[in-house]
Design a protein around this ligand. Structure first.
Ligand code: SF4
Ligand code: SF4
Length: 216
């Protein structure tokens, strides 16, 4: 499972750096490297672009896993170069950006957009599988998530627009409910489709504010 990111357009990356002369760059050796959005090559490409734009890059590093606690140590080891910068540009997922923000007392800007948590279905092809909704319905849907796989997030069966097993939004997208139906049929559990799902309480998702759990 990986955090899927894409690079922001260069103009958008440059905008908050307009008044900065010196920039420190950070990439991530895990998801962003796999996605070619914030690994060593992309960090060095960004360094060139910043220098072409007249910025001084005071240093750069690719933290092995930017979202974990060792980030603090990596930042400490590179404190001198980071201190020399006006801002830090982070080429990691938003989790990595927020981890860096925890330990740095100067502006920290993201160079990537964080899209979703995804699974690599085939080499280089990442698909969203879960939006961490906080109230999993996979027991009713044969292990296939209708919230992320159906563009309408339908919980009580298909919309009626699918054709040949494909979603009406695109012939490249499988209809989630066709897949759910086929799998329930194969499992001998088609009766599950008769159980009407109640109106969903979306407060268990990000719509309910920051989620927190304490494990004792
Ligand atoms: S219903 Fe879908 S989004 Fe919610 S937890 Fe289950 S897999 Fe994730
Ligand atoms: S065609 Fe299937 S996947 Fe597409 S919106 Fe309708 S029910 Fe959802």
């Amino acid at each position: 499972m990986k955090t899927i990111t894409e690079q922001k357009p260069l103009e958008e990356v440059m905008q908050p750096l307009e008044k900065c002369e010196r920039v420190y760059l950070i990439g991530c050796g895990t998801c962003a490297t796999l996605l070619h959005t914030g690994g060593k090559s992309e960090v060095l490409e960004m360094k060139d672009k910043l220098e072409e734009a007249g910025k001084k890059v005071t240093g750069w590093m690719v933290i092995p896993t930017a979202c974990d606690e060792l980030t603090r140590e990596a930042l400490r080891e590179n404190a001198k170069d980071i201190e020399a910068a006006d801002a830090v540009l982070v080429m990691t997922c938003a989790f990595g950006v927020q981890t860096v923000t925890l330990y740095i007392d100067k502006p920290v800007y993201p160079a990537l957009n964080t899209l979703f948590i995804g699974k690599e279905e085939s080499p280089g092809c990442f698909t969203e599988v879960c939006m961490q909704c906080g109230n999993c319905v996979l027991v009713q849907t044969a292990g296939i998530c209708p919230l992320v796989r159906c563009p309408k997030s339908l919980l009580n069966g298909p919309c009626g627009g699918s054709e040949g097993g494909k979603c009406e939004i695109s012939p490249d997208t499988d209809c989630a409910w066709q897949k759910i139906y086929d799998r329930l049929e194969a499992l001998g559990q088609l009766d599950k489709l008769e159980e009407i799902q109640p109106l969903r309480d979306w407060s268990t998702t990000y719509g309910g504010g920051p989620r927190k759990i304490i494990i004792s």
